[in-house]
Design a protein around this ligand. Sequence first.
Ligand code: GRF
Length: 201
Amino acid sequence: MEMFNIAVLGSGRGSNFVALAEYIKTKDLPISIKVVISNIDGAPILRRASEFGINSRCIPHNKFTNRDDHEKEILKELTKYDLDLIVLAGYMRIIGGEFLSTFRNKIINIHPSLLPAFKGLNAQKQAFEYGVKVTGATVHLVTEELDSGSIIDQECVHILGTDSLETLTHKILQVEHTLLPRVVERLAEEKLQNEVNKGEN
Ligand code: GRF
């Protein structure tokens, strides 16, 4: 069966990775997570990957003197697989150069705000402190500019008077956990459908 091959990059907890892996498994989707890569030694996402029996690699950025060399090492790993998509799920590094050009339009990121509002770190806190009444989560394409690539999908979260930063962060994360898997599923469907169409012509 034709599979949609993906890699997941993350730096921390890995709850979005778990949500994605569980979604793929439960729905028995033709999506294969080939590898999980982290730039942080001992990041929980690596352990979570092994719990799913998924190949994982730690490539710590602090072992390299510059970003290019670190990314080259990541590229070496990624190019072993015939990848259709790279998912950044809590990957706390800016991606550039050869990495970006090799996988242009194939790298997506999940961000905890309704972009273009509240780019960068602590987006939930930025929204909470600004006092907006609606924020949310965004899945977008990764480009040179931080949190600025084309938006693929978004979902909103209302900020109620009773919310604290903690409850808001939790509500956004819950939304992320359904938004990201649905986007990946849709991208896989589109790609696999295209293959079928090509075969029929
Ligand atoms: C999420 O809030 C995501 O939007 C942001 O980093 C966090 C990662 O969480 N980019 P997790 O590692 O997936 O639990």
